[in-house]
Design a protein. Structure first.
Ligand code: SF4
Length: 248
């Protein structure tokens, strides 16, 4: 048994429609080293929890969903942070691609092992650009932003298509200052296919009580869809403007 062919999954969502193009099976990897204040999946933080599976058994389970993927769908590795199980992740990407399945990695970019191999192998990276500011990143996630900056550099060198995402929280980062800094950061990147703002929501809060954890953003209201769309439109417009300036 090769240990890199086995890993822990918290759950499998057979037919997801928001984490990548088309209809996708979303695999939630167990383990995350970050502690984002707004995290709505705290049950995925612990490593070595959930179902222990081999790549082979996972692939055979997923094959039944493949006919629903059509031309653009596939599998998305999410979590938790899938990079926490880099050997298993890489084995999955390679096996699924060999089976003709499109692969996407939904990640914070917080990983140090096999990063070059992973970003070169995967078809799409859905990158959570939490904040362009190193100090804010530390306060928001309890980790060092330099790790995810390295990940992004490798992804750019591999020319892997990118979707950029950011969670926007009312009263925290729904500011012009964050919009401008985020636009500046995105405008420096290539191979971007999509930019998305995810409105902060509070649907994950009951999970904290269940896990006997204190919810750090208690009392912060959810962001409205309209506001999120407006923020997203302004961000995209600003990125396009800055990109045009950069090419002059
Ligand atoms: S990276 Fe994702 S799973 Fe990890 S703490 Fe942040 S929001 Fe939660």
């Amino acid at each position: 048994m090769n240990p890199s062919d086995w890993g822990y999954l918290q759950k499998i969502e057979p037919f997801g429609t928001v984490d990548g193009p088309g209809i996708r099976t979303v695999l939630f990897f167990a383990g995350c080293p970050l502690r984002c204040l707004y995290c709505h999946n705290p049950e995925t933080w612990q490593a070595q929890r959930g179902e222990y599976l081999s790549v082979e058994s996972l692939l055979s389970r997923i094959r039944r969903y493949v006919p629903y993927y059509g031309q653009v769908g596939g599998v998305t590795f999410s979590g938790g942070e899938p990079l926490m199980q880099s050997p298993f992740l890489l084995s999955c990407i390679r096996a699924f691609k060999a089976a003709g399945i499109h692969t996407a990695l939904d990640t914070s970019g917080f990983g140090k092992h096999l990063v070059e191999e992973i970003v070169s192998a995967v078809d799409l990276i859905i990158y959570d650009l939490k904040t362009p500011d190193a100090q804010v990143y530390q306060a928001l996630t309890s980790q060092n932003k330099a790790v995810t900056d390295d990940f992004l550099r490798h992804a750019q060198a591999a020319k892997t298509p990118l979707w950029i995402r950011q969670v926007v929280i009312p009263g925290r980062n729904d500011t012009l200052e964050n919009l401008e800094a985020t636009a500046q950061a995105i405008a420096r990147l290539d191979f971007i296919e999509r930019i998305e703002i995810l409105p902060y929501h509070t649907m994950g809060t009951p999970k904290y009580a269940k896990l006997s954890l204190t919810y750090p953003l208690e009392g912060v209201p959810a962001m409205g869809l309209q506001e999120a769309k407006a923020f997203e439109a302004a961000l995209i417009e600003r990125v396009e403007f800055l990109k045009k300036q950069n090419t002059r």
